[in-house]
Design a protein around this ligand. Structure first.
Ligand code: HEM
Length: 558
């Protein structure tokens, strides 16, 4: 009779049972794992990484097990808990064999963000590729450098000032649509998103929107859902490889959302190009040449003091590339299209689309979150909201509904401090990632972080570091009084990142935030039914409140 269990014979001809083979395989695997673990732990990269404090690791997975079964808000809580428990300004994590180092000290952050040697984004940004292509946020090397030089000046103060009428118009449209929510509890983020997209379209993109057009809201919702998918893939790391992701339902959802998003950007570029060709066929002077001969800003109140535009020390002003003098005064998309048609230029249609997608994303979701956080937090701190209102009354006197001028925004000093404090406690971009191309020695612990490491800069963690903000948990706009700012390292406040790869749109964002918030707050009082400690934060690509930005609004009777 044939013995079923016998599948092989070795050496002296002794038969091996199936269980023996299984045992042999298991022993071989264990031996291999032990050898691998021994080899891995003795790599220079790993030895250097393990010198830094961090949570307990397990073989193969490292700390990746911490993410299993966690929701986005739990991930954020876990990260902050780890930060407080380890009480360290440098924390290392192992995602399998991948070393991730989190920095919470301003001097260490300056070493990374302040240098031109560490400009490359971490691998996590690659997931944006199907959406943003190689736009400014994720591009590398020479492409990033030339595009940054081209794009940064299109957000110069002189151009931003010309956007004031559009900011005002869209703020009024927002007030109109908020009327139906008076007295009810509602999610203000929906409104902020739609308005922000529409404003971007009419300013940076320079396209007119018809009244019945609902593209802003539809686009904003698609972006929000796309961010949820990308974020899920960030921390559910097993979904990162495309060959696995393609087998999930999220793959078809992503394709649908990308179609909504890209349809809008394609439509915007098409309309701009038609405009360009129509001007050309009529023999009109190019916008670029026109801009050289005229000043775009023509506010009644006369000369503007350029220096008053700087709300805080700002490295955009220090970058030579932004110092465009009186030249090149064109808004973003006008300039990109003019450049693509000028002689010797190699800006392709695809490249324009990537940059439009990037500006539309970076420019809307961040600003919508920031304004929603301000309105929520002021709903909690009524005393601070009253001070904002007092300042607005002083500026607008007996006409609280007149259009806001650029000079008015310069006088909104207290509102500005409220916005900055909100960006400190609730930074819309909670994490910035870079990959090291060379070893770096940190100030903290004199640790050497090896090349290849992913650096994670937790803006929220540095903004809540008691070394820089002694009462870090307290919402206090006076943290941004000039004397307090002077006593703090520049890199301790980085909502817009900092250094050569910082946000190109920060001045746009601050100006737009002031106009939109002043418009809402001079008309309405906002009320939050939740206390600040009950806000559940959700670590997304952009920081959000898990329960939505729920507030009530009441019209002010003055
Ligand atoms: C409150 C509003 C905003 C916040 C908090 C913010 C924050 C940031 C941060 C932290 C970065 C660096 C991201 C990283 O390295 O991962 C960044 C980059 C960028 N932001 Fe903003 N941003 C805001 C508004 C805007 C606006 C309004 C625009 C354009 C209209 C814009 C355009 C960009 C672009 C193009 C980049 C990539 C720059 C580069 O890599 O060279 N942002 N932003």
């Amino acid at each position: 009779m044939v013995e079923l269990q016998t599948v092989s014979e070795v050496g002296d001809g002794l038969p091996l049972s199936f269980s023996s083979i299984l045992m042999l395989v298991l022993i071989s695997i264990c031996t291999l794992l032990i050898v691998y673990e021994y080899w891995f732990r003795n790599l220079r990269y790993v030895k250097l990484g393990n010198k830094m404090p961090g949570p307990r690791t397990i073989p193969l997975l490292g700390n990746a097990y911490l993410a299993i079964g966690q929701s986005p808000s739990e991930i954020l809580q876990l990260g902050m808990k780890m930060y407080y428990e380890l009480n360290a300004e440098v924390i290392r994590l192992w995602l399998g064999p991948k070393l991730i180092v989190g920095l919470m000290n301003a001097q260490d952050i300056e070493i990374i963000l302040g240098s031109t040697a560490h400009l490359e984004k971490s691998q996590e940004y690659d997931l944006f590729q199907p959406w943003l292509g190689e736009g400014l946020l994720i591009s590398k090397g020479e492409k990033w450098r030339t595009h940054r030089k081209m794009i940064a000046p299109t957000f110069h103060s002189s151009i931003l000032k010309s956007f004031m009428p559009v900011f005002n118009k869209n703020a009024n449209t927002l007030l109109e649509s908020l009327k139906k929510e008076e007295g009810k509890e509602f999610d203000v983020h929906d409104y902020m998103s739609g308005t922000t997209v529409d404003t971007l379209l009419e300013t940076a993109m320079g396209v007119k929107k018809s009244d019945e057009d609902n593209t802003g809201f539809e686009y904003a919702m698609a972006v929000m859902k796309m961010c949820n998918i990308l974020h899920l893939r960030h921390y559910k790391f097993w979904l990162r490889p495309d060959f696995i992701f393609k087998f999930t339902s999220m793959w078809s959802e992503q394709n649908y959302l990308l179609n909504v998003i890209h349809s809008l950007t394609r439509q915007v570029i098409k309309r701009k190009k038609e405009n360009y060709y129509s001007r050309e066929s009529k023999g009109e002077q190019s916008l670029y040449k026109k801009a050289l001969s005229t000043s775009r800003y023509n506010e009644k109140e006369g000369q503007i003091d350029e220096t008053s535009f700087t709300y805080i020390k700002d490295d955009l002003d220090e970058n030579e590339e932004n110092d465009i003098g009186e030249k090149k005064r064109l808004a973003f998309l006008d300039y990109m299209i003019e450049v693509s048609h000028s002689k010797g230029n190699t800006l392709t249609d695809d490249e324009i689309k990537e940059e439009v997608d990037t500006i539309m994303f970076e420019g809307h979701d961040t600003t919508a979150a920031a304004s929603s956080f301000v309105l929520s937090i002021l709903g909690v701190h009524q005393d601070i909201q009253e001070k904002v209102f007092e300042e607005l009354k002083e500026i607008f006197q007996d006409n609280l509904s007149r259009p806001i001028t650029f000079n008015d925004t310069v006088q909104m000093k207290y509102l500005e401090r409220v916005i900055l404090e909100t960006l400190r406690v609730y930074p819309p971009v909670p994490i910035i990632g870079r990959v090291l191309k060379e070893d770096v020695t940190l100030v903290t612990g004199n640790y050497t972080v090896p090349a290849g490491t992913t650096i994670v800069i937790g803006t929220m963690a540095i903004h809540r570091n008691t070394r820089y903000y002694p009462d870090a948990g307290k919402f206090d706009p006076d943290n941004f009084l000039p004397e307090r700012c002077q006593n703090r390292p520049y890199y301790a406040f980085i909502p817009f990142s900092a250094g050569p790869r910082s946000c190109v749109g920060r001045k746009y964002a601050m100006l737009k935030l002031k106009v939109i918030l002043a418009s809402v707050l001079r008309k309405y009082r906002t009320i939050s039914l939740l206390k600040e400690e009950d806000f559940k934060l959700q670590a997304d690509i952009i920081l959000k409140r898990e329960e939505g930005f729920k507030i009530k609004i009441e019209e002010r009777r003055t």
